[in-house]
Write a protein that binds this ligand. Structure first.
Ligand code: HEM
Length: 512
């Protein structure tokens, strides 16, 4: 029997599609001078070669292919740059052409086509919403107004660790540090953006708070359920997304947020304007022509972008301080000298705590929580490092690798905060050697807030307690590897033994 008779019309269409796709990919590779990289396999590209901890894998590849590489994830070209010169080209010289975002089908639905800030493409909507963030939300005055909230949460953390240590039988026992950091970030971000503390002083979360946590968890779950077809657009028709799951998730999130927005509108009518992001956005809704979807999107952007990142950085910093008693003691000496032992630290002390600031910076150099930043997408074809980056490609800056590049850092793997006393290096996007918050038009708008909170948390943790490894664990044996993912939680959450350093009356929460 002749071969064509064996093929169904569907199979023939399928083969034609594959031929068209393969020839398109080959033509693209021949037409453009793409950065070098591992040879991609048909259809899946390099997808199955990529190691789970991507930023480490990309650095490995750079040893073979150089500081700019191509990696094909399915049929999408991903370019990764790994030195500060190339980072500058991406984030400064070609910033505008490389400022779009790649939205997979999950993100497309959750962000309603990029109506928020994080997932918006660069364009009039993005410029408007970014202006709202810069001019209205993250102003120095507003950040100052939230200081009592931050100090309340940080002192609540100290009180809670103290209470735990004071339980008979707990003396000398280690705690999982993250368990005490996470509530600070959660309460801080929800109070700042939604104007609510969902957790009472006994640590019990109310019904709205539980709902919020479940929505966050469910968002992560449905986001992770996407199939390989995500990377191969022409295969998507075979793997439809579970639209019902997204609809119900988005409806649930919007219902909760709208209920909170209505509570605030009512409260404003009765008691006048408040400073929280939800109030600011609702008050300015007409002035900036913001849709309800954009306001909801922005509020959730703060929750998703601001919570994990702060906890992760503080946890890594604590791990380094436990591993490096010399650094810990030096930071404590400074705290004792500047503050003494008869009062607690306040944010006003930070400007006098130079070494502590360097500790925070050194933690962000070695352990940026978003090691590949958030991927950017090219909205035009550009050249980077002499190579073509075709329109539609994703581009990642490996800020983790740049922070450890021996060409720009002396003893790069050493946790040595003194390096920043010797040379003051900016970390908010002006020095391309240190980019934990990115740079350029998409630089993190929450950078100053994050730095203040991180420094304050570290200061309190070190002033109130000394920290040592759990009994029987040597500092050099601590697991300092990362979990795979967009953000880098420690694979083994750090455990440490806190020992009280100050008089016991200083371990009280100072409510806002
Ligand atoms: C240690 C803590 C933090 C780190 C290291 C961090 C880092 C980053 C990075 C690398 C980006 C992507 C930049 C780019 O795409 O070029 C980003 C974006 C963003 N961050 Fe942060 N961030 C932190 C905390 C926060 C906080 C506390 C907030 C808000 C409460 C926040 C809000 C945002 C938002 C809204 C964006 C999207 C900006 C845009 O797309 O224009 N971040 N952050």
């Amino acid at each position: 029997m002749a071969l064509p008779l064996l093929l169904t019309p569907l199979a023939i269409i399928f083969i034609i599609i594959i031929i068209i796709i393969l020839s398109h990919t080959i033509i693209q590779r021949l037409r453009f001078k793409l950065p070098p990289g591992p040879t991609p396999k048909p259809i899946v590209g390099n997808l199955y070669d990529i190691q789970p901890v991507r930023f480490r894998y990309f650095l490995e590849l750079s040893k073979t292919y150089g500081p700019i590489i191509s990696v094909w994830i399915g049929s999408t070209l991903n370019v990764v740059v790994m030195n500060c010169e190339l980072a500058k080209q991406v984030l400064k010289d070609k910033d505008q052409q490389l400022a779009d975002r790649h939205r997979n089908r999950s993100i497309e639905r959750l962000s309603k086509g990029g109506q928020d800030l994080i997932w918006a493409d660069y364009g009039p909507h993005y410029v408007k919403v970014r202006k709202v963030c810069t001019v209205e939300l993250f102003t120095p005055k507003r950040l100052e107004a939230f200081k009592p909230i931050r100090e309340d949460e940080v002192t609540a953390m100290v009180e809670s660790i103290f209470k735990n240590c004071s339980i008979p039988g707990n003396h000398g026992k280690s705690i999982k540090v993250k368990d005490y950091l996470a509530p600070v970030a959660f309460n801080n971000i929800t109070r700042l953006s939604l104007g609510k503390r969902f957790v009472n002083s006994e640590g019990l979360t109310d019904a709205q708070g539980l709902e919020l946590k479940q929505i966050v968890d469910n968002g992560v779950k449905i986001g992770a359920s996407l199939s390989i077809a995500e990377h191969i657009p022409w295969l998507r028709w075979m793997f439809p997304v579970d639209q019902a799951a997204y609809d119900s998730h988005v409806a649930r999130r919007d219902r909760l947020t709208r209920a909170i927005m209505e509570e605030h509108t009512l409260a404003r009518q009765q008691n006048g304007a408040k400073q929280h992001f939800v109030d600011v956005l609702l008050t300015l809704q007409e002035k900036y022509d913001l849709s309800d979807d954009t306001i909801i999107g922005l509020l959730w952007d703060m929750i998703t972008a601001g919570m994990d990142t702060t906890v992760i950085t503080t946890e890594w910093a604590m791990a380094e301080l436990v591993r490096n008693p010399r650094v810990q003691m030096k930071a404590q000496e400074e705290l004792d000298r500047v503050i003494g032992i008869d009062r607690v630290m306040t944010e006003a002390d930070i400007s006098n705590l130079h070494y502590l600031q360097c500790v925070a910076k050194e933690a962000l150099r070695l352990h940026p929580p978003t090691p590949l930043m958030l991927p950017h997408k090219a909205n035009a074809s550009v050249k980077i490092g002499g190579y073509d980056i075709p329109k539609g490609s994703n581009i990642h800056v490996n800020v983790w690798a740049i922070g450890r590049d021996p060409a720009v850092w002396k003893g790069p793997l050493e946790f040595r905060p003194e390096r920043f006393l010797e040379e003051d290096v900016d970390m908010k996007g002006h020095d391309f050697r240190l980019l934990p918050f990115g740079a350029g038009r998409r630089v993190c708008p929450g950078a100053q807030l994050a730095i203040t909170l991180l420094t304050s948390m570290l200061g309190h943790l070190l002033h109130h307690f000394s920290w040592s490894p759990p009994p029987g664990v040597k500092p050099e044996e601590m697991d300092m590897t990362e979990n795979p993912g967009l953000v880098t939680y420690m694979r083994a959450p750090v455990q440490a033994v806190p020992t009280r350093r100050l008089p016991s009356q200083l371990y009280k929460r100072l409510p806002a």
